[in-house]
Design a binder for this molecule. Sequence first.
Ligand SMILES: Cc1cc2nc3c(=O)[nH]c(=O)nc-3n(C[C@H](O)[C@H](O)[C@H](O)COP(=O)(O)O)c2cc1C
Length: 179
Amino acid sequence: MKQATIIYDSKTGNTEKVALAIRDGLQKGGLEVLVEKVENAHHIDFFDYDLICIGSPSYMWHPIDSINNFLTKKHEDYRSKGLIKLDSPKVSGKHALAFCTYSGPHTGIAEATPVCKIIGQFFDHLGFNIVGEWCILGELHVSEEISTKGRMGDIRGRPNLKDLEKVRDDSEKLASSLN
Ligand SMILES: Cc1cc2nc3c(=O)[nH]c(=O)nc-3n(C[C@H](O)[C@H](O)[C@H](O)COP(=O)(O)O)c2cc1C
């Protein structure tokens, strides 16, 4: 059975909802899945898994510090083991999914795409195959104004049931597509 792990941080629950929907979809697609919040994930060796999923809220259009620090530390560990190679040759059978939640009040999805790109780069450097960069809208729970008057319109309640259903479906398809 193929193994996946989902590592995420979430301050107000949006990214956690997405992480759990990914778990449900991957399990439906036949993968064995471990889910960990980032503070409990430092022991995880990415190379033990067929698929690593990393999720973060967008903070100032970057990954949240906890995720960035975690990935930076892992990068240093793998570099010291000689696993960050010039030309980043592909490692067979190793896949990574980057996901984030965002509110996009000012410039919309452009506030989310860098988050997934940065996460993805850590895995691209290791030679993992990037299978997706998923940006999911999430209400900014502390501000009704931002959650109703920003570029993305009324995002209260996002990610909603429909958003999470799509994440589950896409995750199931992803699980089935892994070689
Ligand atoms: C301090 C802070 C900074 C944020 N910066 C951005 C941002 O630059 N762009 C954006 O689209 N959303 C931003 N957000 C909104 C969050 O990314 C969004 O609400 C996310 O879904 C929260 O995820 P969580 O519930 O998992 O913590 C910010 C939220 C906070 C609290």
